[in-house]
Design a protein around this ligand. Structure first.
Ligand SMILES: NC(=O)c1ccc[n+]([C@@H]2O[C@H](COP(=O)([O-])OP(=O)(O)OC[C@H]3O[C@@H](n4cnc5c(N)ncnc54)[C@H](OP(=O)(O)O)[C@@H]3O)[C@@H](O)[C@H]2O)c1
Length: 339
């Protein structure tokens, strides 16, 4: 047995996050041992620690889904990885291709099973992907959840085309990756964000229009005006039931809404316009390993660089990273590096 430092949620709330030791059994022939280099936080991790994501979550649990690590040992049957490779686990390590099945959902890191906030981790090689060569480990730690979700919404479950327009919400992880992937497909993106001081940054990253949902509650009318009354082709719906009505209003006939998040809380929703506009609503739950590999090729070819918040945390101040993330002042991904 190898012991290694980790964090565990022992009870809901930030005061329930404690350092522990994660015991790893001996490496099997098909497994890879990695040394974690960096982790990133997702909104899900915040909901998880507060007990909102799953009030019945079995505790204690090691949190987080996102890590990038260096391969330090391989089992005798491992074919696709070598010592020193930088790798990420897939969000559901056993979800390698095809339709989403119950057993994949039951394998989601940092939720259904222990997550990755430990210094050493082991995975079957089928659960890992190599990092795009243009990214550092810190940048790579942003990919497993937010990036893959944006990628699968725009390019796997749906196929956005040059000239399309998308709508996305906020300046967090999924939204900024959506803007980046839209840009590389020559797709216009309208962003609703409360961070007006970052609108120039959003435009530099590829957003074609920025609207402030706090000071301009009628942003939906502006989206229609921008699109000449037609509406957008695709909404990256991160707000949830409370923004869905506006999303339906600004989606064009036969357009698509990818249901991804619940940032604006749980509300009620009248579905009539969805049928009358023949809108397709697609639920998204991250994606599988083959999607991750396709995304990594696109990231490498187009030199897509993830946006990381200016504040970087380390393994010893993880609770501070959670607190900072909760304040919602971040722009891009909040990353924790190993030292
Ligand atoms: N289904 C899936 O597979 C999947 C995967 C990943 C994430 N998600 C979900 O997607 C959402 C985004 O996750 P994330 O990790 O990217 O979050 P994040 O990095 O924490 O970003 C959150 C940002 O959303 C914006 N926001 C907050 N409240 C809003 C509201 N009422 N209306 C519009 N924008 C609002 C804010 O941007 P401004 O400060 O710019 O206003 C905030 O910074 C979460 O609900 C998460 O659970 C789902």
């Amino acid at each position: 047995m190898l012991t290694n430092p980790c964090y565990e949620i022992t009870k809901f709330g930030f005061d329930g996050l404690h350092k522990g030791n994660y015991e790893l059994a001996k490496l099997k022939d098909n497994e890879v041992l990695i040394e974690s280099c960096a982790w990133s936080l997702n909104y899900r991790d915040l909901m998880m620690i507060k007990g909102i994501y799953n009030p019945k979550l079995k505790l204690p649990i090691i949190p987080l889904s996102d890590v990038c690590g260096k391969v330090i040992e391989i089992g005798s049957q491992v074919k696709n990885f070598k010592l020193g490779d930088l790798v990420c686990p897939n969000f559901m390590p056993n979800y390698t291709s095809g339709p989403l099945l119950k057993e994949h959902v039951q394998n989601a890191l940092g939720g259904a099973i222990n997550g990755v906030l430990a210094q050493k981790l082991k995975f079957e090689e089928t659960g890992l992907v190599k990092l795009p060569s243009n990214l550092s480990a810190v940048q790579g730690a942003t990919l497993p959840c937010a990036a893959l979700t944006a990628w699968s919404a725009l390019l796997e479950y749906n196929k956005c085309k040059p000239g399309d327009t998308i709508l996305t919400f906020g300046s967090g992880g999924v939204s900024l990756f959506s803007i980046a992937f839209a840009k590389l497909c020559s797709v216009k993106s309208i962003v609703v964000s409360s961070k007006e001081e970052r609108f120039d940054d959003l435009k530099r990253l590829g957003a074609t229009h920025c609207l402030n949902y706090k000071t301009n509650p009628k942003w939906d009318d502006d989206v229609l005006e921008i699109t000449n009354g037609i509406g957008v082709d695709h909404v990256i719906e991160l707000g949830g039931a409370n923004t869905l009505e506006k999303s339906v209003k600004v989606t064009k006939l036969n357009g698509t809404i990818s249901l991804i998040g619940v940032l604006a809380g749980i509300g009620s929703f009248n579905p009539i316009s969805v049928l009358m506009k023949a809108i397709k609503i697609q639920g998204i739950f991250v994606g599988h390993k083959q999607m991750f590999e396709r995304m990594n090729k696109a990231i490498e070819l187009n030199n897509v660089i993830p946006v990381i918040d200016d504040k970087l945390f380390n393994f010893n101040n993880v609770p501070k990273a959670y607190e900072y993330f909760e304040q919602g002042q971040h722009f891009g991904k909040v990353v924790i590096s190993k030292d």
